[in-house]
Design a protein around this ligand. Structure first.
Ligand code: NAD
Length: 474
């Protein structure tokens, strides 16, 4: 049983201002796996005050100093990477191999990228007589979700620290363990007091306290669209910068010249990874209509081959994160059936042999782009296959979404893929399965307005100052 009752404020592990706590449930067993404290407004006040106090010196620290700190962090992170993975398996049910090989590794990858970007980032550029300075924006409120918990925290905390900002992290209540261990890692590294602060608790209470706080300069939020809208409203009163990384319903186009079986198989496996709880996954798979039978055979075989079960065993798919998420996913599967979508794999309920834990079946529907299941973000292991007649229609279907987080295209002719990529209204386009953590990541439309990762991730935390006459002759 884990017991994480303290918060991290001003370089110290401190008791919450008011004693209040909650159980954390293991989604694979439905049993209590530990307990965390729930913070109050007073804890946020203390954390913001510490971050404000630290900002003065941290914002003026040298790049060399910040590199030393990030490098110390990287050493400590590596030492505890497997503990982070264990925590992720326990809190949100990711299978061990995924938690170890991807979840925990993504954190260290963001750290390594932050170090490389910091080495070369131009915080000052002299343009003629003008000096353009990129200065840390100030105290940042970082609010994160549970689905890739460490990845989301890493994509915010490391660039914030690297750019000279100070921050208050409010992780998801559903995935508090990895955040707690990361905080222990930060505590062990040479991060000065107040630069990083962490308070656990309710989003509605603590998140709102950060979004409305007079002394918070920026909010970086990853989560759902309705909460992103609420934060934007809350933050507007104090005119703070708000960077939103929201949901998606991304279209993945398999072209006629592509190896259909191979691409449909990998798209189906990709959909089921992390139990479908990935914002940028290609959850609408667009295939040529005249090859729909081939696509159905491949998707059905791939979905049926996914082994669902104990994330501590050999399963490739664990549970979804909570009962609420399970109920929501089941509601969408039911909706798909009511809408007349063709169910080709999975369906309602738990997989055979699993009577406990929030396990859903890897589910695939063939449907059209106007159904609820193909328009709303399900955030579970449910793939929608949508047939198209020609490439123009495929592009139109991919773009016919309120979201615009990602788009994917697979085909033999790279120039054709590139041309389609240019026409897709989404922030990240993957061509033939490519992935790149240094490329900017963020959405068009209702998928948000931020750009995280790499150099673009730094820019979110920086203000632009022009010093006119800087280079003028005396
Ligand atoms: P959520 O919006 O319910 O919660 C996210 C965070 O916001 C949590 O820490 C929560 O406590 C907090 N919160 C809740 N209400 C708040 C309020 N009123 N003010 C401030 N903070 C508040 O999202 P979730 O269920 O944790 O995560 C799933 C969602 O995240 C999905 O929609 C998914 O697509 C999205 N997501 C997006 C990206 C991306 O990079 N675009 C990445 C991962 C997840």
């Amino acid at each position: 049983m884990r017991n994480y009752m303290k918060f991290y404020i001003d370089g110290q592990w401190v008791d919450p201002a008011e004693p209040k706590s909650t159980d954390v449930i293991n989604p694979a067993t439905e049993a209590v796996s530990g307990r965390i404290s729930l913070g109050s407004i007073a804890d946020i006040e203390r954390a913001v005050a510490a971050a404000r106090k630290a900002f003065g010196s941290w914002s003026r620290s040298t790049v060399a100093h910040r590199l030393d700190v990030l490098q110390a962090l990287a050493g400590e992170y590596e030492r505890r990477q497997s503990e982070l993975a264990d925590a992720i398996t326990e809190e949100m049910g990711a299978p061990r191999a995924l938690a170890n090989g991807v979840h925990a590794k993504l954190g260290s990858a963001h750290l390594a990228i932050a170090i490389e970007v910091l080495k070369n980032f131009k915080f000052e550029e002299l343009r003629g007589t003008r000096m353009i300075r990129h200065e840390p924006i100030g105290v940042c409120g970082l609010i994160t979700p549970w689905n890739w918990p460490l990845n989301q925290i890493a994509a915010k905390v490391f660039p914030a620290i690297a750019t000279g900002c100070t921050c208050v992290l409010k992780p998801s209540q559903l995935a508090p363990y990895s955040a707690q261990i990361l905080t222990e890692i930060i505590d062990k590294a040479m991060v000065p007091a107040g630069v990083f602060n962490m308070v656990q608790g309710s989003g509605a209470q603590l998140g709102t306290a950060l979004s409305t706080h007079l002394d918070v300069d920026m909010i970086s939020f990853t989560g759902s669209e309705p909460v992103g809208v609420q934060i934007s409203r809350d933050a507007a009163q104090t005119v703070k910068r708000v960077c939103l990384e929201l949901g998606g319903k991304s279209g993945s186009i398999v072209l006629d010249d592509a190896d259909l079986t191979k691409n449909v198989t990998s798209a189906t496996i990709g959909m089921m990874a992390n139990s479908g709880q990935t914002c940028s996954v290609g959850s609408r798979l667009l295939v040529p209509a005249h090859r729909i039978e081939e696509a159905i055979a491949a998707a059905r075989a791939a979905a049926n081959a996914v082994e669902v079960g104990d994330p501590n065993g050999n399963a490739s798919m664990g549970p979804v994160v909570s009962k609420a998420q399970y109920d929501s996913v089941q509601g969408y599967i039911q909706k798909g059936l009511e809408e007349g979508a063709l169910l080709i794999a999975g369906g309602p309920g738990r997989p055979d042999g699993l009577s406990k834990g929030w396990f859903a079946k890897p589910t695939v529907f063939v449907t059209t782009n106007d159904t609820v299941i193909s328009r709303e973000e399900i955030f579970g292991p449910v793939l929608c296959i949508i047939p198209y007649d020609d490439v123009d229609q495929a592009i139109a279907l991919a773009n016919d979404s309120t979201f615009g987080l990602a788009g994917y295209v697979s085909g033999i002719n790279l120039e054709v893929c590139r041309d389609i990529g240019r026409q897709l209204r989404a922030g990240k386009i993957g061509i033939n399965g490519a992935a790149d953590l240094s490329a900017p990541f963020g959405g068009y439309k209702r998928s948000g307005n931020g750009r995280e990762f790499g150099e673009f991730g730094f820019r979110e935390y920086l203000e632009v100052k022009s010093m006119i006459g800087y280079g003028a002759d005396r």
